[in-house]
Design a protein around this ligand. Sequence first.
Ligand code: DCP
Ligand code: MG
Length: 373
Amino acid sequence: MRHIIHADLDAFYAAVEQLDNPELAGKPVLVGGRPENRGVVATASYEAREFGVHSAMPMRTAVHRCPQGIIVTPRFTRYREMSGKVMAIFRDLTHMVEPLSLDEAYLDITAVVEGGQQPLAIALDLKRRIAEETGLTLSVGVGTCKSVTKIGSDLDKPDGLVVVQPGDEAEFLAPLAVNKLYGIGPKTAERLHREGIETIGQLAQQPLEWFAKFFGQRAISLRDKAMGQDDEAVHTERAAKSLSSESTFVNDIGDEAELRSVVDRKAVDVAHQLERKNLKGRTVTVKLRLADFTTFTRQSTLPYHTNAEEPIKEAAWRLLSAELEPGRTFRLLGVGVSNFGEDLEAGDIEDRQLPLFAVDDAFDTFTAGPEDK
Ligand code: DCP
Ligand code: MG
């Protein structure tokens, strides 16, 4: 049996801002772009969340709901630095750490438990160390599988601690809404509601044939998750699933020719990385950050694997040029290639689209780039 912790910092960017500027402590803090620039909220302190503010909301709406909110511009370099400290504390407990983003990771603590410590004691100790050594608060879910711990860490935020005892997984999940399950987004949840399925417990009761019909290829994995029995290991080795290159600009760029030359440079850089590592990829992704900090990615899959400059340049430019609008300027631009492999006989190609930028800032963590801002 595995013992796993899912750990996630509370209101991460906002908590760092409150830590670095004690005047912000206890106040509603809105981290993100300015409302007059059509900015969005990256995160809000829990004080601000009481007013109904949340991540990804337009800053204009946030200010409307919470007029006393203090707007702070993100400082990604500082967040990466704090993330490094937090991950080092995780790795001090176990080398089996799988970071999911700057503020979130799975930890496999099986060996620590087998060494005689109780999961609850391990979790309390971890929360205490994070608080003492970084000043941040951590929410933790503890259990025997990833899906249960991920849900657990979110249930009791902020400063949360949820321990699900071995054998109690299904009972723990049963009353929760289906959309809490990783892999069930709003659209799938809506389809499930139409079938009369609201809770994870109702979902778990469905026969396997029903899962197969409803979810296709994902049937087994979602059924396991709904029953609290998923068998996913904590993946420590971040096997290179993508290579990328990005730059943050000192001055935002809107000029088409200038953007084209940046895209070309980034594409060439990625092509060289691929060549050095003897890899070829099929999926080309561009990552874009607008002047207001809105960040998004666009990807396209080529009909063949490549590490040649031209097709990567071409695909990246096609993706970017679709995003050009009069007056729109870019603060950051990245090009990535994923979906590695060799070309097989037609029909043998398994089209696995790996999420290149699964979590926005994971990209920032694993690529070197010039200073933000
Ligand atoms: N983030 C972002 N844009 C989003 C969501 C998150 O820029 N749409 C950034 C800001 C967050 C950080 O990522 O501080 C971590 O994301 P979380 O989802 O863990 O959110 P928080 O840590 O802010 O809050 P909590 O985990 O307490 O809900
Ligand atoms: Mg968090």
